[in-house]
Design a protein around this ligand. Structure first.
Ligand code: FAD
Length: 384
């Protein structure tokens, strides 16, 4: 094996999962992790239920970069942004002008929050939370505030809404869809969730589009496309993420929705790999924790000399809305089939079956979440 290091760009769950898996297989291989942020380790999913669980930004950080570096025996360079990748020279150029060679390069650069095209003098003050630094700003901004508006009723918007409601804030959620979790749940399940969150005090403004946000004294005024107006002390945007593909794209690496890889997590360049929120693996962008674990194990084996394709089993996601526990495994949108729904006041069990009766996805809400372990093995793997 070459003496050049494996260079990992990114210190999120994906970057650290690869470093850990590589270390398990090879204690000698030099590993350098470059991170645009502080480089410490934390579990990002904790950000959207930290108020309810009594966590602070400081207690969410599990280990700082220095501790991770000594535990994993890797070099970590925090606040070190990679500017460009030189494919032919197998090196990366840092923002400080330094160049660094690699034997293998791992892109674990995550995703950027999508910003809605809004007008108004307060648009720049709307915050998104996609990392611990954002979360620190969010918690700071919440001080002395009472009424919060959240743009987006997807997974992250609903989780933050429930967390803020538990902590005693008045919460508005605005979304263009007809029910919360519009992309993950069939209508009946979405309405059930909406009722439970409404009972927890959350006010929904659905089939609604915010167009303009302006400051009014210490508050914000949100004007909807159809003229409705609401006011809030703070506005959080949670309208989705877009894989960070720019670094790969400017280096001439093929990108589609994400950085395109095969099942070996390999881009067109056999020494450059991608995983996590930035990656599109065999056509799938899956911005969740479980795919990262599977991808990191396969990638580490490949980099250590045993080419190993990634397999994705069914990977249901728990939605952290205590007012309505949910576990969901959404069907691939290309599958033709329909939802079979069994609903009562204790919960909803929704199964998505194709024409032959094979199960392709499910949504379990309330008491039905107990059936997760029995139903999951009936699902087809996501990547066999
Ligand atoms: P990131 O954590 O975004 O890491 C990207 C890293 O790349 C960062 O360190 C960044 O600084 C670095 N970087 C970027 N560009 C450069 C550059 N040019 N040079 C150097 N460094 C660079 N998933 C679940 O499965 N279950 C959940 O319950 C769940 N809850 C969530 C709650 C919230 C609030 C959020 C935001 C996400 C949640 N997710 C959940 C999704 C999950 O957390 C992500 O899929 C995962 O953390 C992504 O990890 P990553 O390492 O790919 O990206």
């Amino acid at each position: 094996m070459s003496h050049q290091p494996v260079v990992i760009i990114g210190s999120g769950l994906a970057g650290y999962a690869v470093a850990r898996e590589l270390r398990k297989l090879n204690t000698e291989i030099p590993i350098i992790m470059l991170s645009a942020d502080h480089g410490g380790f934390y579990s990002k999913p904790m950000l959207s239920n930290a108020l309810a669980t009594g966590k602070t930004p400081a207690s969410i950080l599990t280990s700082d970069a220095a501790l991770m570096s000594s535990q994993l025996k890797i070099t970590i360079r925090p606040f070190t942004r990679v500017k460009t990748i030189d494919q032919s020279g197998s090196s990366v150029l840092l923002e400080n002008g330094e160049s660094l060679s690699y034997s293998h390069l791992v892109l674990a650069v995550g995703a950027d929050p999508i910003r809605l095209p809004l007008s108004g003098d307060a648009v720049e003050e709307v915050l998104s939370v996609n990392d611990l630094d954002d979360y620190r700003r969010f918690r700071e901004a919440l001080k002395d505030k009472k009424e919060i508006a959240i743009l987006g009723a997807g997974l992250i918007g609903c989780e933050f809404a429930n967390d803020l409601a538990i902590a005693g804030y008045q919460v508005h959620v605005i979304d263009i869809s007809a029910h919360p979790l519009g992309r993950l749940l069939p209508e009946e399940a979405g309405k059930y969730l909406q009722d439970k969150l409404a009972a927890a005090g959350i006010r929904f403004h659905l089939k609604s589009k915010v167009q303009h946000i302006e400051r009014v004294g210490s508050r914000y005024r949100l004007i909807f496309e159809k003229g409705q107006i609401i006011e809030a002390d703070f506005v959080l945007s949670a309208v989705g993420l877009r894989p960070r593909t720019q670094l790969a794209e400017t280096a001439g690496i093929y990108v589609n929705h994400g950085v395109v890889t095969n099942r070996y997590l390999q881009t067109e360049n056999t020494n450059i790999f991608a995983l996590g929120d930035c990656a599109e693996v065999e056509g799938k962008v899956l911005p969740f924790v479980m795919p990262i674990s599977h991808a990191a194990r396969a990638l580490a084996a490949t980099v250590s000399g045993t080419p190993t394709p990634v397999h994705y089993p069914p990977m249901p996601v728990f939605v952290k809305t205590p007012a309505c526990p949910i576990v969901v495994s959404p069907p691939d949108p290309i599958v033709i089939g329909e939802w079979q729904i069994d609903a009562n006041e204790d919960g909803v069990k929704a199964l998505f079956q194709d024409m032959a009766g094979s199960l392709h996805g499910f949504a379990l809400l309330g008491a039905a979440t107990k059936e997760k372990n029995a139903i999951t093995p009936q699902l087809l793997p996501i990547l066999a």
